[in-house]
Design a protein around this ligand. Structure first.
Ligand code: NAD
Length: 482
């Protein structure tokens, strides 16, 4: 099912038209055509959504954990059943290729699979006889109403990092998806309803900063899960923490990939290219800086340029397309400004993506710069588009020092055939997700998504055991029977 003309909100089990006066038009990034209009939820509607979640909390948190897990099993079956349709919806609203959308869906389903294990995952611990005649037990309880605020680049997977785990742990949820890609969220709501989730446990509201501020200020929101750019993540972390909410805020990235001169270039370069240009570079795990280490620089640049020439830019629905558009015309303009700026700063343009002969849609080709240095803006900023910078380093020490001077610390990778280099890298790289001969080192759902520095604000990360701990609070009971 493809979206209706006006995107609904979902409050207390009802799909509703908003009374909003602010309305956005949602284009298909590949064609520029409007596919839906999006009314921004009013403050009253957001308050209603929180009230609905609060009302649903006592009964849902009291529902036996295996019964909550059953909803997830049915939800997972619906995801499998609607896999192609959900993938097509992601391509329609985000622009990525159908294969990339299918990849996103697979990763989303992994988290639902993980959440199905709630009876085991949420178990507590106990210790018999901690003192004479005294036992102690730790039990997990849900936190309350959780607000989930998500970005445009994974309209299905990123919400799934939050929703299944939060819900299965007994919380209720208000989702505020990106105003750039709001369609998948409503389809998720339909499927959760069909899976038998009680009304009010999951709600969807729309909007941008104002909607988020309303959620952050709301006294009945107990926890906030955020994924988006670093500046907003830092702000959300501060505001949520200041009002006593628990918060996890995942921010932006500038991921470095070290290519050592002992690496097999032909095998490594395609991974660097697909890391940099997959999803048109709009991934928080995109390898946007390749560091050629030792003598490999010239050969690496040559190989990357060759691989980039094979990228076919076009609409994501075309099976021959390997790179879709960026999300909006404004983003494309901003990226072109960055490319112009990098040239002016002295970076050497190896592949120029500014001229793409597709007139409709927000297309950019793959752009590669050589001889980028850490004083350049193109190195410092997260561009979030199909632009790859190549930095030259004389040895692993210099390469690590460049990597570690980034303000971001989401992911870093090394391509090498040397165990010694890999070990040095694993121990010294200042990033939370590392890859050895892997272009996109994305942890699977049973591991946490462990960004560092400006890529993460908080203590407990998304997914894996961290997510169970984030969405539950502990009680420790000490017992003596007299
Ligand atoms: P964004 O920060 O513009 O928006 C993210 C969410 O925050 C949206 O729901 C948006 O409506 C809301 N928002 C925007 N400005 C706000 C403000 N001033 N106050 C409160 N809320 C605000 O991010 P985006 O452009 O949608 O997504 C791309 C960014 O997300 C990139 O920086 C990318 O690296 C990051 N990202 C990070 C991860 C990760 O795991 N670390 C994963 C995916 C995306």
């Amino acid at each position: 099912m493809i979206a209706t003309k006006t995107v609904a909100s979902y409050i207390g089990g009802r799909f509703r038209e908003s009374k909003a006066t602010t309305v956005d038009q949602i284009p298909n990034p590949a064609t520029g055509e409007t596919i839906a209009s999006l009314p921004y939820s009013t403050r009253d509607e957001i308050n209603e959504a929180v009230a609905a979640a609060k009302k649903a909390f006592p009964a849902w948190s009291d529902t036996p954990v295996p019964d909550r897990a059953q909803v997830m099993f049915r939800f997972k079956a619906l995801y499998d059943k609607h896999f192609e349709e959900l993938s097509a919806l992601v391509t329609q609203e985000n622009g990525k290729t159908l294969d990339e959308s299918r990849g996103e869906l697979k990763r989303a389903i992994e988290v639902i699979d993980f959440a199905c294990g709630a009876p085991t995952l949420t178990m507590g611990t106990n210790l018999d006889q901690i003192a004479r005649g005294i036992d102690e037990e730790l039990t997990r309880f849900p936190v309350g109403v959780v607000a989930g605020i998500t970005p445009f680049n994974f309209p299905n997977m990123v919400p799934m990092w939050m929703i299944p785990v939060a819900i299965v742990c007994g919380n209720t949820f208000v989702h505020k998806p990106s105003q750039l890609t709001p369609l998948s969220a409503i389809r998720i709501a339909e499927l959760l309803k069909e899976a038998g989730l009680p009304d009010g446990v999951f709600n969807v509201v729309h909007g941008a900063k104002e909607a988020v501020d309303t959620l952050l200020e709301h006294p009945d929101v107990a926890a906030v899960s955020f994924v988006g750019s670093a500046t907003v993540a830092a702000d959300i972390y501060r505001k949520a923490a200041a009002s006593g909410k628990r918060v996890q805020a995942l921010g932006g990235a500038k991921n470095h990939i070290l290519v050592m001169d002992d690496a097999d270039l032909e095998l490594s370069a395609p991974h660097v290219i697909s890391s940099a240009f997959g999803n048109a570079g709009q991934r928080c795990l995109a390898g946007s800086v390749a560091v050629g280490v030792g003598k490999v620089g010239d050969a690496l640049v040559k190989e990357l340029a060759k691989e980039a020439r094979d990228i076919k830019v076009g609409p994501g629905t075309d099976a021959s397309t390997t790179m879709g558009p960026v999300i909006r015309a404004e983003r494309k303009r901003k990226l072109i400004e960055y490319i112009d700026g990098a040239e002016a700063e002295g970076a050497q343009l190896v592949s120029d993506g500014r001229q793409v002969s597709l007139s409709d849609g927000f297309f950019l080709g793959p752009t590669i710069f050589d001889r980028v240095t850490p004083n350049m803006k193109v190195w410092k900023d997260e561009l979030f588009g199909p632009v790859l910078s190549v930095v030259r380093a004389s040895d692993i020490d210099e390469a690590l020092s460049v990597l570690n001077s980034s303000t971001y610390g989401n992911m870093a990778s090394i391509f090498t055939s040397s165990g010694k280099n890999a070990r040095e890298f694993k121990r010294r790289a200042q990033a939370g997700m590392l890859g050895v001969n892997i272009g996109v080192a994305a942890p699977m759902a049973f591991f946490p998504f462990t960004g560092w520095k400006n890529s993460f604000f908080g203590d407990l990360h998304a997914t894996g055991q961290d997510s169970i701990r984030f969405y539950t609070r502990h009680k420790v009971v000490t017992t003596r029977w007299l």
